[in-house]
Design a protein around this ligand. Structure first.
Ligand code: MTE
Ligand code: MO
Length: 319
């Protein structure tokens, strides 16, 4: 018997679970052989959260499909799921976009922890499911623009980074967030064969960018968990910036008062700057950014300033 653990205080109402998902979940839990944890119902706060992780991924099935936030609308059709799953930049596996999906098999995404550290009131290493469980989760449709000038339109499921920041309470002297990806060369062939890259992948945002309403920690796509090739179990999404800012498979989030170095800026500072905001008028040194190629096909489209998110972010960059 499985005792349903109350989801607790800040957790918003999720959409009713469709019957077939509920049934699958029961089978999944049964397969795991998880017994009831009746004591948990009398606990509160973090104890309850800790008890809930005993339930592990079985309960994550209830997140999907998350309620779509209707505020974020697209100006183009959603990209086919087969394209987002088979055209990926994830250099830890390979630079061949169409082969990433085939090379992630050995990549283990559970157990997974996210270390929250640095200038923060509540430094703590979270189990990723523990973190997901206490966060408000929603679906948003966002444009996605790689610096290489291809683009997609993606239904992400995730939590606003602002909610995460409110939870962990960085100190007022924190001015930047530094994020680091996993470091498991034995599971990621590109980390072994391309040893000249400064692994593990690292990125950063200004604090005001991290707190912007658009910034998300993403855990799902197309109404289900992220496939490994899209950065499971948790990745960043900043839709007004080039895709390389949206670091995949995060293991560490550090609050700091110094602008952190970033992977691509360290490799080629003349090509990839810290801000990396989408801008049709600022060409990459090796190609124009005026237009973009939708994946998997179709006519090129004009690139939009801030990838079309000017109303949300332009104020951040007013001098
Ligand atoms: N850890 C890590 N994160 C990463 C990358 C990477 O190689 N490693 N590539 C970046 C780039 S260049 C892009 S365009 C997006 C691609 O995300 P997608 O495959 O989900 O479309 O992930 C970004 N995050
Ligand atoms: Mo990219």
């Amino acid at each position: 018997m499985l005792i349903k653990i109350p989801r607790g205080w800040e957790i918003p109402e999720r959409e009713a679970t469709p019957e077939e998902i509920f049934t699958n979940r029961r089978q999944f839990v049964k397969k795991l052989g998880i017994a009831g944890i009746g004591a948990a119902v009398t606990l509160s706060g973090w104890d309850r959260v800790a008890a809930a992780i005993l339930d592990h991924r079985g309960d994550n099935d209830k997140i999907y499909p998350a309620k779509r936030n209707p505020k974020y609308v697209l100006d183009r059709p959603l990209t086919d799921e087969s394209a987002t799953a088979h055209y990926n930049n994830f250099y830890e596996f390979t630079t061949d976009k169409e082969r990433v999906a085939d090379l992630v098999e050995k990549f283990q995404i559970r157990p997974w922890t996210v270390e929250v550290t640095g200038m923060v009131a509540k430094p703590k290493t979270y189990g990723v499911d523990e973190l997901i469980r206490v966060m408000p989760v929603e679906e948003r449709l966002y444009r996605h623009r790689c610096v290489e000038a291809w683009s997609m339109a993606v239904p992400w499921t995730g939590l606003p980074m602002k909610a995460f920041i409110d939870l962990v309470q960085p100190s007022s002297s924190a001015k930047f967030v530094r994020m680091v990806s996993f470091n498991k060369p034995e599971q990621a062939p590109g980390m072994r064969t391309q040893s000249w890259y400064p692994w593990p992948y690292y990125e950063g945002l200004r604090m005001d960018e991290a707190m912007n309403e658009l910034t998300m920690l993403v855990i799902g796509i197309y109404g289900h968990e992220l496939p490994k090739q899209n950065g499971a179990p948790i990745r960043l999404v900043t839709p007004w910036k080039y895709g390389y800012k949206s670091i995949k498979s995060i293991v560490k989030i550090e609050f700091t008062d110094k602008q952190p170095p970033t992977f691509w800026n360290d490799i080629a500072p003349n090509e990839y700057d810290f801000l990396s905001n989408v801008n049709p008028k600022v060409p990459h040194p090796r190609w124009s950014q005026a237009t973009e190629q939708p994946i998997p096909g179709g006519p090129r489209r004009p690139t939009l300033l801030y990838n079309g998110y000017e109303e949300y972010v332009a104020h951040l960059y007013k001098v």
